[in-house]
Design a protein around this ligand. Sequence first.
Ligand code: F3S
Length: 387
Amino acid sequence: MTREEERILSGEQGWANQTCMKILVRLGELFGAEKLIPITSAHVSGISYKTLGDAPIEYLKAMADANAEVKVKTTLNPQSLDPEYLIRKLPIELRNKQLKILKQFDRMGMTESLTCTPYYLGKLRRGSHMAWAESSAVVYANSVLGAWTNREGGPSALAAAIIGKTPDYGIHKAENRQPNCLVHVKTDLRNETEYGALGIHLGRLLRDKIPIIQGLQKDNDRLKQLSAAIATTGMTNMFKAGSTTERKKTETVEIESNDLKRTIEELNTASNKKPDLVFIGCPHCSYAEMEKTAQLVKGKKVKQGIELWVCTSCHVKEAATDAVKQIEKSGGHVLAGVCTVVSWTEKLGIRTIMTNSAKTAYYAPTLSKADATLASMEECLKTALQG
Ligand code: F3S
């Protein structure tokens, strides 16, 4: 440790900094890190009151009261409601608790980005070290954007944000970013849903291995679905897209169309064909996905008795004004800073969710107490319009 880090650890810079330094040092010891390294950004999860609960609010307040302040750009994951639609539908106590949480993060200097796609807020430098929680963003940043981050938990990402450093272990070291298994996808991946199904299947098979995957297209929205899903069922923190000439690794996995079919069938838990909610935006929609959604609903109306939610960040929502207007004109809701998984859908009577996201379908039965139908964006929107 440097002299300054030791002084922080001894409490010279106050309780908040000392606590954060203790967390980072302990983490470093657990994983055999030899030093702390500077980070360019942090991304904190555990923002939604639904997933956070009451106890951590006091911890966050104590940190803010003790003048904890971020040293690097720090973004936040989605909250449990949006400021326009769900805020009017959910009980006021929930809103107040959520606001109390946001206030503490605000006092510590974090950006109220409220999104699981912080990479749309600004370009990341390739090779830059970061401390991000939110597993879908971690895999996407490492694999598609070339940034370097371990999969942090909410508390360690917060500690890294306050100190501006993270322990040097795991995927921050070049030798740990080398692929150690080859995945040969022997079937055409036709849409984003099949990329998600591939991720769910591979996450289970690979655990924490780093695969080179053959047979992927250069489509970032689809790779985003793969990233989210692979992190849902496993501990893989990055993959590489490989060409067909890739040399064989010691372990090779072949993926057949039946593997994807079975995974999709398993994620389809709804027997009722008509969903209460059609949900697009897990992970949060990109600008291109907003435009595509708008095109697909243009000039049509969402069927009565079905809700359509399109979730994104306020950043993308502000940029995609024409798409937002189009979706809202059709009767859909564009919700900023929230998603079904971290919101209170069960309190709104939503029992069946149709989505193009394998991650949402995977979590629906447990975290949303809802059955799921997994289908492509086109099929989801067709159902929203026709019932
Ligand atoms: Fe994002 Fe919610 Fe999915 S946080 S990755 S939209 S579960």
